[in-house]
Design a protein around this ligand. Structure first.
Ligand code: ZN
Length: 98
């Protein structure tokens, strides 16, 4: 439960303005209530996990004699590593700005 910064009465956490006096809350001013709202931690995990799985699958297939599918998985893994790295760096930069 949040309190109005003007009249001090109780207002809903999700409210964008005070129901008692109509003053906008901090939420309406664009200040995030929780920094985790803007940076998705799952995205960072995914950016590490996806290339990891791709490379593992590539190595497993290569060692199992499946050279064609093995190299495809390695290519996917390498591509995901680049994409995942960019997502990870972008997410970290976004957190730095908080
Ligand atoms: Zn108020």
């Amino acid at each position: 439960m949040a309190f109005c910064r003007k009249c001090g009465k109780e207002i809903d956490d999700e409210a964008i303005m005070c129901v008692h006096c109509g003053v906008p809350t901090n939420r309406a001013a664009g200040a995030p209530a929780d920094p985790n709202d803007t940076v998705n931690p799952g995205l960072i995990v995914l950016s590490v996990l996806v290339p990891f799985v791709g490379i593992i699958l590539g190595i497993v297939n290569l060692s199992g004699g499946k050279k064609r599918s093995g190299s495809i998985y390695l290519y996917i893994g390498a591509a995901m590593l680049i994409i995942g790295g960019m997502i990870g760096v972008t997410s970290m930069m976004m957190m730095e700005m908080m």
